[in-house]
Write a protein that binds this ligand. Structure first.
Ligand code: GAR
Length: 322
């Protein structure tokens, strides 16, 4: 099995969602492990539970108005030191600063007790009852600087019963949360290793370049540039090609010297693809959790330039020379 994603959980209180994530991670097939539990309240009951379950806990001092920046710096250092891939907020009742969210962009998930975009913020159950909604529910979403507004990754609707109070509804929503969060987190951390997801992401980047069409190379998905009849390949996905470990993106480098240099310097990022390497294709290993997609984008553009007809590259060359 591929290495499990390292997940930190941030809590402020009970930690029942935290517990659900910890217990789900006990399954051998779970694609994540809980590396750390921390938060903004050193007395949170959830921390004692995590400790009792053998999970590493860091108790940070409760932030005051003045110590807020120091608290978030400490939190960041704690997460860095634990080398986490993803941070799961589970009843973490504090708004993260925008710069923190931006640095961890795409790596922060939150669970919220409503069917977003309905009822961002607090008192979600009371608001759903007051509105006469047929359902409450919960959502797992990506965290962005605007509170409870990031992409929704999954939801469960929970029927509202006659006579429900905010507490009775909250209790049933909590059951749904415990099902939802582990499942969505597992799917989310599996994405970067999935060939289909990698292909979709490469496709979006490749299509930003001019005159790009899809073309296969010996059955592998690829991207070509130029008029359909003469379109020339500049990128290919090699999905465990001939037993290779990588889901690789093959791009054109300048030649064997550059390729061997890059592979020697960063063997975890580059490889010499079987058969293709001999024709100047360099392999970028993309089934990793820490892919720099800007770098992938740069390689696609560079490779595109080697294959594009001169009428497309002339202007770019003029801009480069300028
Ligand atoms: C959960 O219901 C969670 O959705 C909510 O706090 C509760 C924490 O319970 N989160 C928010 O309201 C975030 N805005 P737990 O500590 O037992 O997991």
């Amino acid at each position: 099995m591929a290495e499990r994603a390292r997940v930190a959980i941030l809590i402020s209180g009970t930690g029942s969602n935290m517990a659900a994530l910890i217990y789900a991670a006990r399954a051998e097939s779970c694609p994540y492990e809980i590396t750390l539990v921390t938060g903004d309240n050193p007395d949170a009951p959830g921390l004692a539970l995590a400790e009792a379950e053998g999970v590493a806990v860091t108790r940070l001092p409760k932030p005051t108005k003045d110590s807020r920046p120091a608290f978030f710096a400490q939190l960041e250092a704690t997460l860095q030191a634990a080398d986490v891939d993803v941070v799961a907020l589970a009843g973490f009742m504090r708004i993260l600063p925008a710069d923190f969210v931006e640095r961890w962009s795409g790596k922060l998930l939150n669970i919220h007790p409503s069917l977003l975009p309905r009822y961002r913020g607090l008192d979600t159950h009371a608001r759903a009852l007051e509105a006469g909604d047929p359902h409450g529910g919960c959502s797992v979403h990506l965290v962005t600087p605007e509170v409870d507004s990031g992409e929704v990754l999954g939801q469960v609707a929970v029927a509202i019963l006659t006579g429900d109070t905010p507490d009775s509804l909250a209790a049933r929503v909590r059951i749904a949360e415990h099902q939802l969060y582990p499942r969505i987190l597992a799917d989310y951390v599996s994405r970067p290793l999935d060939a289909g997801w990698i292909e979709t992401r490469v496709d979006a980047l490749a299509r930003r370049l001019a005159e790009v069409t899809r073309k296969t190379s010996h059955g592998s998905p690829g991207w070509a540039v130029g008029p359909e009849k003469t379109a020339k390949l500049f990128a290919i996905i090699a999905d465990h090609h001939h037993g290779e470990e990588a889901v690789g993106l093959l791009v054109k480098a300048s030649g064997a010297d550059e390729m061997t240099g890059l592979i020697e310097a960063r063997p975890e990022h580059y490889y010499w693809p079987k058969y293709y390497g001999a024709s100047g294709w360099l392999g970028l290993k993309l089934n990793r959790r820490d892919v720099d997609w800007d770098e992938v984008s740069d390689w696609l553009e560079r490779s595109w330039r080697t294959a594009a007809p001169p009428r497309l590259t002339r202007l770019l060359r003029a801009a480069d020379d300028f």
